[in-house]
Write a protein that binds this ligand. Structure first.
Ligand code: ARG
Length: 460
């Protein structure tokens, strides 16, 4: 397939340069969007009297035919084409003759690729958003079931205060809901302005109706500066950033699952279908899925930092460096999609082990704050109550006891304020349920969160 730009050169371009220059092996996936953009451009050209109706009819039929043939597998993408835009235009011309050569009137590949990529990302982000919805739903279902499972909550990975398994899981649901919102915001901004009609960089002398193409392609309006139109890749960077933040959340969730399914914790059991074995250690059941998600997070950060670095020194307007945007953003999208596809069913099939959670909660003095609060409510200033409980814990550790194993006399030795009701005050379920503050770990709060998240998931 010859280049679109033959004519200026005195000799054929070296094969190695052609191979190096070509983007067809990765931009072919924008074929549908390239045709969509071309159809809108062609319809507008005809409407404006720049193309005849006959030419525009032939182009429209030709473009639709190419898309249909590629989709049904009867037309192969030519790997020798320079890029997807070249492939479509040249196939069109081969099929319909001279009219095909008129399609590029008033257009450049610079504004064309800027539109194609936006259209591609719009669809891709909608897919990611619906996958995020499914993951949030899986978290809600597990949280609903585990709303009353008492487990230790951690700070510094040290047992800190009692929470519920449902509360811990819902923390992730809220993060993922924000991730969904970040994608939605980025897409909204991307969809606000259409670059088509910017031409190579300086607009065109043809009487284009840029408002018509912008509307036909689902944008709010045409962009107001043609140089900005072809040189802006903020949308790629914003989407990559939203994806990177989301991967960071998935990685933290993965890390906790890795910990929680280990023998050290054993708070959850992963379904055998979502674990792998070891070739040498017959007892092993490995959480490879979550480890891979944690690992792939670094790769997505690489995509984002590659995009930022690629753009940082570019003079306006289009530079070929920008062809590198696609592999990075495609990889970020593909990686997140792949992770979500596997993580969601893994979470759905995960079995919580509430007895183990509770046993862990019983050791580690996670009710010490509640003990101090008990004394405070009996009139002791909190700082004194804190100190008294601290010495009580130290003496328990020395004697190998938990707080609830102490007799009332042993309690009273530390403070006369202790009465029989101390046992209820430091009971773990009571400690969780007593945390009635809005957004707390109590069962009712978890169920309220589940409701709220489900409600928000219904929003676009
Ligand atoms: N394949 C190119 C890209 O992805 C399309 C735009 C080419 N424009 C140009 N002036 N060479 O960036």
């Amino acid at each position: 397939m010859p280049q679109l730009w033959q004519g200026r050169s005195s000799k054929a371009v070296d094969d190695r340069v052609n191979d190096f220059n070509s983007s067809i092996r990765f931009d072919a996936r924008m074929l549908k969007q390239d045709i969509e953009g071309s159809l809108a451009h062609c319809a507008m050209l005809a409407e404006q009297g720049i193309l005849t109706e006959a030419d525009s009819d032939a182009i429209r039929a030709g473009l639709n035919g190419i898309l249909a043939d590629v989709e049904r597998g009867t037309l192969a993408i030519d790997p020798a084409a320079e890029d997807v835009h070249t492939f479509v235009e040249q196939t069109l011309t081969a099929r319909i003759g001279a009219a095909g050569k008129r399609l590029h009137t008033g257009r450049s590949r610079n504004d064309q690729v800027a539109v194609d990529l936006r259209l591609w990302l719009r669809e891709a982000c909608a897919g990611l958003q619906s996958q995020l919805t499914q993951l949030c739903e899986a978290l809600c279902a597990q949280a609903e079931q585990g709303a009353g499972f008492v487990m230790p909550g951690y700070t510094h990975l040290q047992r800190a205060q009692p929470v519920t398994f449902g509360h811990q899981l819902m923390a992730y649901a809220w993060m993922l809901l924000r991730d969904k919102g970040r994608l939605r915001d980025a897409v909204r901004r991307m969809d606000a302005e259409c670059p088509l009609g910017s031409g190579a960089l300086a607009g065109t002398t043809y009487p284009l109706d840029r408002f018509a193409t912008a509307a036909a392609l689902g944008f709010d309006a045409p962009c107001q500066n043609s140089i900005d139109g072809v040189s802006d890749r903020d949308f790629c960077i914003e989407i990559a950033a939203a994806i990177a933040v989301c991967m960071m959340h998935l990685s933290r969730l993965s890390e906790e699952i890795i910990l929680f399914c280990s023998w050290e914790f054993k708070f959850v059991e992963l379904d055998d279908a979502f674990t792998t074995g070891s070739s040498i250690m017959p007892q092993k059941k490995n959480p490879d899925v979550t480890e891979l998600i944690r690992g792939k997070t670094g790769r997505v950060y690489g995509d984002l930092s590659g995009l930022l670095t690629m753009m940082k020194g570019l003079p306006l307007a289009y530079d070929k460096d920008m062809q590198e945007d696609k592999e990075a953003i495609f990889d970020a999208v593909d990686t997140l999609a792949l992770c979500l596809k596997t993580l969601t069913p893994m979470l759905k099939t995960m079995t919580p082990l509430p007895a183990n959670m509770r046993a862990a909660a019983a050791r580690g003095f996670i009710n010490a704050t509640d003990c101090a609060d008990y004394l405070t409510k009996k009139g002791l200033p909190f700082r004194d109550a804190y100190k008294c409980t601290g010495t009580l814990v130290a003496s328990c550790i020395e004697r190998g006891k938990t707080l609830e194993e102490l007799t009332l006399d042993e309690f009273k030795a530390f403070s006369p304020l202790f009465e029989q009701d101390i046992y209820a005050a430091i009971d773990l379920t009571h400690c969780c349920e007593g945390r009635q503050s809005y957004g707390g770990p109590a069962r009712a709060s978890v169920l309220r969160q589940v409701e709220a998240v489900r409600e928000k998931l219904k929003e676009a």
